[in-house]
Design a protein around this ligand. Structure first.
Ligand SMILES: *Cc1c(COP(=O)(O)O)cnc(C)c1O
Length: 414
């Protein structure tokens, strides 16, 4: 049973504005069906490949997983790739492989999904948050120097919404202090920073194939890095078993294995890889569609001073995982939560990326954060919402989103 707002308030649980604000009036015009925020786009090709896998003798990690790693690495011109069961697993594996643990510090951003920071906690290291840039909402490299201490071991930037973080400035700080750079590229497939694809360098970069991401295997992830690091990561990610022990049921494989460390169970299955292989073939066309939708949103909202549109800096190629709008509160009579309710009443699904890490009870209480400790993340959070952006959107769907947003702005203009 869900607690009422009153009982939640009595229990000291924050009652959000979305439960406290009245339901919006029914708009005069709305589309007939609800437009979901980010449904997956899976075709007959993926279905056939999964069925083929199920009819084969390899349903866990096997030849398709290996092929997916090879083809993914080739797609990005990455030095190597390790397929795992999530981006969270890829980040955790990278941290552990680099030997990060209790007493260490890892610097990251508050403008991310909790997984980026939870994995730092899992290692026993301390996550150190650094505020974000006002335009991209990516970790602000100018604030890094003051966050680095003698205990700092790594920097963990997140390419927010698919817009690459300022990697040159981040690498400069890393080089000056001998730090690793682990990139959370859950949103950044495919994205380019100064001409180079994210994931093509030697440092660990973690991708997500979660159901809502630009490429999906239902659940899944990939770690790219130089081969020597991946060799160790492969052991860490599969029980700590000696290399290639996964082949032990193969003809000519040996029953023998050694446990070299207490590793994890993070391997990808061939069922997931079957989806990934077919999705990868479609990624370029998915991205073309995402860019078309972004261009139409840009035209459709250009004249609305109530909206701040997402940026794409000239030296990057955006992966456009998210279309994160920011409201200009001084122009509107309603807040962000009400804006979302008004769009839902017009049958448009939206989301918010993200509730900044330092506002979550665990991190707030453990590290004693106040909302204003990261003022850029905090102030932008209050006016952020993400519109549907996915390759399933039809031209009519995009028109419906634009019309609904324009209607909400028109009706609620200050
Ligand atoms: C989705 C996401 C993750 C986690 O990805 P999983 O594959 O679900 O583990 C990590 N970081 C960010 C920024 C994400 O959006």
């Amino acid at each position: 049973m869900r607690a009422s707002p009153e009982s939640r308030a009595a229990a000291g649980i924050a009652v959000t504005a979305s439960t406290a604000t009245p339901a919006p009036l029914l708009p005069r015009r709305r589309r007939a069906t609800f437009l979901p925020f980010a449904p997956p786009l899976v075709g007959q090709e993926e279905i056939d490949e999964v069925v083929d896998t199920l009819r084969s003798d390899w349903i866990t990690t096997g030849p398709k997983t290996r092929r997916f790693e090879t083809e993914f690495a080739a797609y990005l011109a990455a030095p190597g790739a390790l397929a795992l069961n999530s981006c969270t697993a890829a980040l955790h594996t990278a941290l552990v492989t680099l030997g990060i643990g209790p007493g260490d510090e890892v610097v990251t951003t508050p403008m991310t999904f909790a997984a980026s920071v939870n994995v730092i906690e899992h290692t026993g290291a301390r996550p150190v948050l650094v505020d974000v840039e006002p335009d991209t909402l990516n970790l602000d490299p100018r604030r890094l120097e003051s966050a680095v201490t003698a205990r700092t071991k790594a920097l963990l930037p997140v390419h927010y919404a698919g817009h690459p973080a300022d990697l040159d400035a981040i690498r400069e700080v890393a080089a000056a202090h001998g730090l690793a750079v682990i990139e959370d590229a859950a949103h950044a497939l495919p994205a380019r920073y100064k001409g180079r694809l994210i994931g093509s360098g030697p440092n660990p970069v973690a991708f997500s194939f979660y159901a809502t991401k630009n490429l999906t295997t239902g659940e899944g992830g990939m770690l790219t890095a130089e081969p020597a690091l991946l060799d160790r990561a492969r052991v860490v990610s599969l029980h700590g078993m000696s290399r290639d022990a996964w082949r032990r049921y193969d003809q000519g494989g040996s029953w023998h294995y050694d446990i070299l460390l207490p590793g994890f169970k993070y391997n990808m299955t061939d069922i997931q890889a079957a989806l990934g292989l077919r999705q990868l073939e479609k990624l370029a066309s998915f991205q073309r569609r995402r860019r078309q939708v972004v261009a139409r949103y840009g035209e459709g909202f250009a004249d609305l001073d109530a909206l701040e549109l997402p940026v794409e800096r000239p030296d990057v190629e955006h992966a456009w995982h998210l279309y994160a709008l920011r409201l200009r509160p001084e122009t509107l009579r309603i807040d962000r939560d009400r804006f979302i309710n008004e769009l839902a009443a017009r049958h448009i699904g939206t989301s918010v990326h993200f509730i900044p890490i330092h506002l979550h009870p665990y991190y707030r209480d453990r590290y004693g954060y106040a909302p204003q400790d990261f003022p850029v993340a905090w102030s932008n959070y209050g006016r952020l919402l993400s519109l549907p952006l996915n390759p399933r959107l039809t031209d009519d769907d995009v028109s419906d989103v634009i019309a609904a947003v324009r209607d909400v702005v028109r009706v609620n203009r200050r």
